[in-house]
Design a protein around this ligand. Structure first.
Ligand SMILES: C[S@@+](CC[C@H](N)C(=O)[O-])C[C@H]1O[C@@H](n2cnc3c(N)ncnc32)[C@H](O)[C@@H]1O
Length: 245
């Protein structure tokens, strides 16, 4: 962040962090990452406990959220879900395939979607459509009971993210829910943080809530993912369950 000159009037960065997002650079980065489930969590790939805690937290959160949606069945599987920014399908395998009858996936990196295409879940028909594209280019072709978006929206600019959220809002069934689970900025000045390793932005809670509002989404429930050991000094991870206003 030090290379961004502060604007004297507001003392805020003159270049918004999301203006630095470069999709080609993100794709170069992710294409350089081997296509196996562990590396999906970047430097944490060597810690299998991370994904266990993450998936367990997601299951608990989703169960709570289902009870908050009028007429949403609290038992049994939901109909159709979609794993957005799916990588090789870590969340599809560890969560979505257990809570939805069919799971579509959206992911721009071909070698990652190939892993999903070759999977047992695809062979068994649990994984449905696989879209090899970025979320900024994806327009849902069907209605979804669950749209799961985790650890990937930092690759979209604020504008692209609002447009994506609007498309998701329009693609939810009557009892459908959009879940966003993402790292949170810990910038001491309360700004979003740009990371040039994968050309992404980590947003503040305040920024997320403003973008949801702009997209016509209301926050039904939100909480921090708990249970990660403190000594790893990980970024906080927050869930948002979103429904049309
Ligand atoms: C940290 S991984 C997370 C993968 C998966 N959501 C998970 O939690 O295991 C980030 C993923 O975002 C994908 N990605 C990069 N640019 C994207 C974009 N424009 N739209 C959607 N996903 C993108 C990467 O290819 C990568 O698979």
């Amino acid at each position: 962040m030090s290379e961004i000159a502060p604007s004297p009037a507001t003392n805020r960065p003159s270049t918004p962090p999301d203006a630095k997002i470069d999709h080609a650079a993100s794709l170069r980065y992710w294409n350089s990452v081997p296509a196996n489930a562990h590396v999906m969590l970047g430097m944490l790939g060597q810690y299998p406990w991370y994904t266990r805690i993450d998936l367990r937290g997601s299951k608990t959160f989703l169960n709570k959220v289902r009870r908050l949606i009028p007429d949403c069945p609290t038992e049994g599987k939901l109909g159709r879900g979609v794993d957005c920014g799916a990588g090789v399908g870590r969340v599809t395998e560890g969560l979505l395939s257990q809570v939805c009858t069919t799971v579509d996936a959206v992911e721009p990196v071909e070698k990652f979607t190939q892993v999903m295409r070759d999977s047992v879940l695809k062979r068994d028909g649990v994984v449905g459509e696989i879209y090899t594209m970025g979320l900024e280019d994806w327009t849902p072709e069907r209605q979804y009971d669950l749209i799961w978006t985790q650890f990937c929206v930092g690759h979209l600019t604020d504008r692209q993210l609002v447009e994506y959220f609007v498309r998701c809002r329009e693609a939810l069934t009557a009892t459908g829910v959009l879940v966003v689970k993402e790292n949170q900025s810990t910038d001491p000045k309360g700004e979003d943080m740009y990371d040039d390793e994968d050309s992404s932005v980590t947003r503040t809670d305040e920024k997320f809530r403003n973008l949801f509002k702009e997209s016509g989404l209301s926050v039904l429930a939100s909480e921090l993912q708990l249970g990660f050991p403190k000594n790893f000094r990980l970024l906080p991870v927050r869930f948002y369950a979103l429904r049309p206003v």
